[in-house]
Design a binder for this molecule. Sequence first.
Ligand SMILES: Cc1cc2nc3c(=O)[nH]c(=O)nc-3n(C[C@H](O)[C@H](O)[C@H](O)COP(=O)(O)OP(=O)(O)OC[C@H]3O[C@@H](n4cnc5c(N)ncnc54)[C@H](O)[C@@H]3O)c2cc1C
Ligand code: FES
Length: 366
Amino acid sequence: MTDILITVLIVSSIAAGLALLLVIAERFIANYGQCKITINQERDITVQGGKPLLSALTEQKIFIPSACGGRGTCGVCKVTVREGGGLLLPTETPFLTKEEIDGNVRLSCQVKVRNDLAIEIPEELFNVREYTARCADIEDLTYDMKRFRFELTEPKAMDYIPGQYVQLLCPKYKGNSEEVYRAYSISSDPEDKGVIDLIIRRVPNGICTTWCFEHLKKGDAVRLNGPYGEFRLSKTEAPMVFVAGGSGMAPFVSILHFMQKTNNLREAVYFFGGNTIRDLCLAEQMKGFEKALPNFTFVPVVSRPEEGDGWEDETGLVTEAVKRRFKVLSGYEGYLCGSPGMIDAAAKVFTSLGMPEDKIYYDKFA
Ligand SMILES: Cc1cc2nc3c(=O)[nH]c(=O)nc-3n(C[C@H](O)[C@H](O)[C@H](O)COP(=O)(O)OP(=O)(O)OC[C@H]3O[C@@H](n4cnc5c(N)ncnc54)[C@H](O)[C@@H]3O)c2cc1C
Ligand code: FES
């Protein structure tokens, strides 16, 4: 028994040693030189080999959406790699469907540029620009949410569709040794093209949110790029149900501004879920939208009202509130934004009430 254990230990140590050597060799010895990346069979760029494809493209001002800063945990940074991408990595497979794997879709943060590559990316990503901006205002919304107003300085205006998001560059700061990008939905009035409002919820020990909450000050210069994303109002006249709590509210604020400006009379019921009344925010702005949009209703739902807080409105889970208000949702469209867990739960309730799956639109914040 002891012999077997010793053998296992020796073999594991040799394997670990070899793996370490490979990492060191890859990092300090390997030199891949200049590599050519052919994009959509029509455009070549030359990059220094050895970097992840995502960073190599970013350096060339080609911005692929990403939500985890290249850590391989969001699955957002997909591109099609026709040639030169090497073997699919185990870190990629959880995020790819069989069709995507068969179609050579890869996570660009996981593919290293070691030789020439041929890739395909959606044409609209060429319209994504990098912007510099100035933080013009920071407003407390709740104990863990703030609204940041950024005035664009160069270029001075961004054309975006309400519901889309930008990537904010979080710089290095004490405790964070590398620049990272994080995705944030735009919550401003799309008519005001020179301003980008973001509603950001603090994530304990989160790299970017710690910077936003503890380091970013009014007047500071920031960099962001965008716009990205397919989340938006459909062009139909169908009545709608929105569900989003916390910072998931951000794209709906922009969408509601747009509905108000275009005098949109579609029925829309917005269920906003919070654990306690401390989680509720922007009540006045929502009342304003209710006044301006005769067919819009805002329904705040508190799952755990506390004694003495005077809460008399909807209680329990936001999905329970949806079921109390609607017995059938067959003619409706559903719009969901926030954590994957909340979105999956709400989508299940929508379909159980007869809403077709292809009428449910969502933006997962992860
Ligand atoms: C399309 C899209 C739009 C988004 N829009 C918004 C928005 O409008 N407002 C907003 O506040 N956020 C939004 N997010 C989330 C945002 O991009 C970041 O993931 C979030 O702010 C955390 O970043 P961080 O660098 O502070 O945390 P990280 O350093 O990335 O994470 C630290 C730790 O917290 C965990 N974690 C990450 N995010 C969360 C979370 N939300 N809740 C709990 N744990 C978490 C991570 O798994 C990690 O373990 C959006 C995400 C996507 C994909
Ligand atoms: S950037 Fe998140 S998985 Fe690639």
